[in-house]
Design a binder for this molecule. Structure first.
Ligand code: GTP
Length: 598
């Protein structure tokens, strides 16, 4: 009965089209948050999210809505991120919902992620409510956007809700539409418990706190639950809803979205996408779960202070709990010591993790340049995956290197098709097809090496098209490529953490640029530093950081030749020792230098 009055929905949109602002307005209109407590983007509760104005983690909140039919409805609103790096978070939220508000900016119209998210919603069998936001803007053209939604996505948009999250216009109507259009959850309260874990966070008091959607049955404090993927059992210590702060409840039942804690201590035990059931009365089959998310970019992460290695591991473990896509394994670098190889979804994700480690866990880190992973077929016929350039075997042992490629869909107004193709070509893209989405928008499809995408493709695309292009991509496989490993030598010693992999065609040029760049980054020291770029044994570029010439004999006024010689000796020994151990001071910027050359 209660179930009839539940509505679970997500908000999906292209980045910056106004999801979080709409969520704020909804919270305000339903008095979930008093107006005076209303901070902008309440659901974006991490500092970084606020500062950058982007949503990274999904957030679920419960609110009560008194509808025009006289009934009070319980809404569960699940906010989702819009950036392509975080699209897996979107699919997790969608699996917990029956409906999705598809928000489209009235001035910008349908963009690449609008389409990608709309398809995700369709795949999850969600009812889609089209919302055209920012109608207050002078350049808003809602009728045009309705046509785009219909033509490009293929859903009827005649009755799209027009809103301005800025002024609040249309939000009341939107709430009614949620009641009317989003179906109530359909589970069975008398069936054995079946609940989906769609997020989890680590809390130092309560242990792991799970965000769950109850599909069938109910769960209450004291119940013995079982995690179906690993058979582990726990006693429930608290259940509740976020409104938007945690509010404990006696139970969560069918259709509810809330949190559950059960003194789960180990971050390894819970898996997002797993099914929870009752140990005594288990459900027959688990939910299908989520597709496994594979990182696309790998980077080495090392504490500046070696003694902080254990702290770094702990911090990564805690972040991993929130973030199913974060992967790490220990690695050692001759240059940097003990650290981790960490896998990310993209550069933004990498940035965010680095920043959180530094801020929330107070760690100083050295990070190496991001790299994709490569399949290396050896001359002995074996294949292995390499995610760290320094593991690349000697060229004589390599039969073939394969790199990951993506299918990139670039949506642009037709005037910019030329600019897009020129860029994609330069980035080693292979043209696939081009579809006219309507009279004006073109979807240009290329196969592109992932390595080129993660570097600066997105920024280049934006600037080449004056911000009009939007990009969506997915990995489609590996292709053989003429890749080579470039080593960087400081005073003839290869520095493993500076190696990178580059296409043969760009290698010589990249080598020269990087050496120049490093020359500017590595500070002068007591001795001369030779910087070389090499492919195998072949040096392709070199430059030198001159030594400080400290005139140690200066203050001696000629005089005592023995003392003079002693001093000169000492200085020479000093230089030699440093050369021998290769103790050149290399600043962090040097490890990222490869990203700054084109
Ligand atoms: P991500 O969380 O980063 O994916 O973005 P988002 O889709 O949640 O967008 P957000 O709500 O952060 O809004 C993006 C920008 O648009 C902000 O500067 C908002 O103030 C602005 N904005 C949102 N809604 C409106 C609107 O109705 N009118 C106008 N003029 N600006 C709006």
């Amino acid at each position: 009965e209660k179930q009839k009055y539940i509505r679970n929905f997500s908000i999906v949109a292209h980045i910056d089209h106004g999801k979080s602002t709409i969520a704020d307005r909804i919270l305000e209109m339903t008095d979930t948050v008093a107006k005076r407590d209303m901070e902008n983007q309440v659901l974006d509760d991490m500092d970084i999210e606020r500062e950058r104005g982007i949503t990274i983690k999904l957030n679920a909140v419960e609110l009560k809505y008194q509808a025009q039919d006289g009934h009070t409805y319980t809404f569960h609103l699940i906010d989702t991120p819009g950036h392509v790096d975080f699209s897996y978070e979107v699919s997790r939220s969608l699996a917990a919902c029956e409906g999705a508000l598809l928000v489209v900016d009235a001035a910008q119209g349908v963009q690449a992620q609008t389409m990608a998210n709309a398809y995700l919603a369709v795949d999850n069998d969600l009812e889609i409510v089209p919302v055209i936001n920012k109608v207050d803007l002078p350049s808003a053209d809602p009728d045009q956007v309705k046509l785009e939604i219909a033509d490009m996505i293929g859903i009827d948009a005649d009755n799209a809700v027009l809103t301005s999250a800025k002024t609040g216009l249309g939000i009341a109507g939107l709430l009614e539409r949620i009641v009317q259009d989003v179906p109530a959850p359909s589970g069975d309260i008398s069936a054995p418990l079946k609940a989906l874990i769609f997020d989890s966070v680590y809390d130092s008091y309560r242990g792991v706190v799970l965000s769950i959607r109850v599909i069938d049955g109910q769960v209450k404090v004291g119940d013995q639950i079982e995690l179906m993927s690993n058979g582990k059992k726990f006693e429930v210590t608290e259940v509740g809803v976020m409104s938007p702060k945690a509010v404990p409840q006696t139970q969560l039942s069918v259709g509810d979205v809330g949190y559950l804690s059960a003194s789960i201590k180990s971050v390894q035990d819970t898996r997002v996408g797993d099914t929870i059931t009752l140990a005594q009365n288990p459900t027959q089959e688990s939910l299908s779960g989520y597709r496994k998310i594979t990182p696309m970019v790998y980077s080495g992460m090392y504490p500046v202070d070696n003694a902080k290695y254990g702290d770094l591991r702990e911090a990564l473990e805690k972040l991993q709990l929130n973030d199913a896509s974060l992967e790490f394994v220990p690695e050692t670098s001759q240059a940097l010591g003990f650290g981790f190889r960490v896998g990310f979804l993209g550069l933004l994700h990498m940035d965010v993790i680095q920043e959180r480690l530094e801020r929330e866990f107070n760690l100083d880190l050295i990070m190496t340049a991001p790299s994709v992973n490569y399949k290396v077929v050896s001359t002995d016929g074996t294949t292995k995956i390499i995610d760290n350039p320094s593991q690349m075997p000697d060229p004589s042992e390599i039969q073939e290197i394969q790199e990951p490629v993506v299918k990139a869909e670039i949506m642009v107004p037709q005037d910019y098709v030329g600019a897009v193709m020129e860029l994609a070509q330069r980035k080693r893209g292979q043209f696939q097809t081009m579809d006219y989405l309507d009279d004006y928008h073109v979807n240009v499809i290329y196969q592109l090496p992932l390595a080129e995408i993660i570097y600066d493709f997105f920024d280049a695309l934006k600037s080449n098209t004056h911000g009009f292009a939007s990009l969506d991509y997915q990995i489609i496989g590996y292709q053989p490529s003429q890749m080579v490993k470039m080593d960087i030598l400081l005073n003839s010693e290869p520095v493993d953490a500076l190696s990178f992999i580059v296409h043969e065609q760009f290698a010589a040029n990249r080598g020269r640029q990087i050496v120049q760049k490093l020359k500017g980054i590595i500070p002068r020291q007591q001795f001369e530093i030779a910087i070389q770029a090499a492919i195998g044994n072949k040096i392709v570029a070199r430059s030198t950081v001159k030594a400080y010439r400290k005139d140690v004999t200066g203050p001696l006024y000629g005089g005592d030749q023995t003392r003079k010689n002693k001093l000169l000796d000492k200085q020479k020994r000093g230089k030699k020792r440093m050369k021998e151990v290769g103790s050149v001071t290399v600043p962090q910027a040097a490890f990222m230098a490869v990203l700054q050359v084109d």
